[in-house]
Design a protein around this ligand. Structure first.
Ligand code: CO
Length: 277
């Protein structure tokens, strides 16, 4: 059975042109969980918190993954790629050698809620051509288990064989969005070699046989183990479960760039300033 090694909450942060968000991975209490470099959660129905959006900025060396629970975000990059991510949609962007993009709310009011996850790329693949994998809510398979348990699969394959559409063999991520009615239990085996966590969208719930309680907006890092057991109590719950293969390589960060050495970060800034993105 899998146990929890750490429970944390996000720290308030401001990013982009002034978007209020909660930084869960990528803060002092959890700088990274290899291969995951950052997890930001945004949730606000106050336009002032999000309307400024994320004007054009570069990335190099990793992937940015936006999973929008509620709202609309327009994405645009310097290679001519443009589109709107809608409620329940996922955008898996492999920035690779470099992209300049903007992410702007396509709404003036109402709730904007979602996650941005940064997934590292192995050294050999950091300078790959940028690519996108984008899927709407309707395109994500939903596995229905006994007791009205619903598992939406973004990437990876569940124990009962439902496969998500996003493909990334380099870190082999599993990204599930699980909805559990009250009084139910969800069991899912884990790869003991992979790092894994869950983040609670709606709680409370309990993890494991000993019933460690987790509330909304808590992230639990899971110890390597055989299987994850999550139980709801007298309320419906919802959480995301993410796992991936650690790269075990040196990580050097410089703002929107994540490389393996200081020299490569300096090169990224020089290339960006030199208009080479
Ligand atoms: Co970005």
């Amino acid at each position: 059975m899998t146990t929890i090694s750490q429970i944390i909450r996000g720290m308030p942060a401001t990013d982009g042109a002034g978007v209020e968000l909660s930084r869960v991975i990528g803060q002092p209490a959890l700088p990274m969980l290899d291969p995951f470099l950052l997890l930001d959660v945004f949730r606000s129905d106050k336009p002032d918190d999000y309307i400024a959006g994320f004007p054009p900025h570069p990335h190099r060396g990793f992937e940015t993954v936006t999973y929008l629970l509620e709202g609309r975000m327009r994405h645009k990059d310097n290679a001519g790629h443009e589109g709107v991510i809608e409620s329940g949609g996922i955008q898996w962007m492999t920035a690779g050698k470099g992209i300049v993009h903007s992410e702007m709310p396509e709404q003036q009011h109402g709730l904007l809620e979602g996650f941005q996850l940064w997934v590292n790329l192995p050294a050999k693949h950091k300078m790959t051509e940028p690519t996108y994998q984008e899927f709407s809510s309707e395109q994500l398979p939903v596995e229905r288990r006994e007791g009205n348990v619903e598992v939406s699969v973004i990437t990876g394959t569940t124990s009962t064989g439902t496969q998500g559409p996003v493909n990334q063999p380099l870190t082999d991520p599993l990204y599930l969005d699980v909805k559990l009615p009250r009084g139910r239990t969800f069991v899912e085996p884990l790869n003991p070699e992979y790092n894994a966590f869950i983040y609670i969208i709606k709680g409370p719930l309990t993890v494991g046989d000993n019933g460690t309680r987790l509330d909304r907006d808590q992230l639990a890092v899971l110890n390597p183990g055989e299987e994850l057991i999550v139980s709801s109590m007298d309320q419906d719950v919802r959480f995301i479960m993410i796992a991936g293969k650690p790269l075990n390589e040196p990580v050097e960060r410089g703002g929107p760039f994540v490389m393996n050495s200081r020299e490569e970060i300096d090169q990224a800034f020089a290339d960006y300033r030199g208009g080479k993105f």
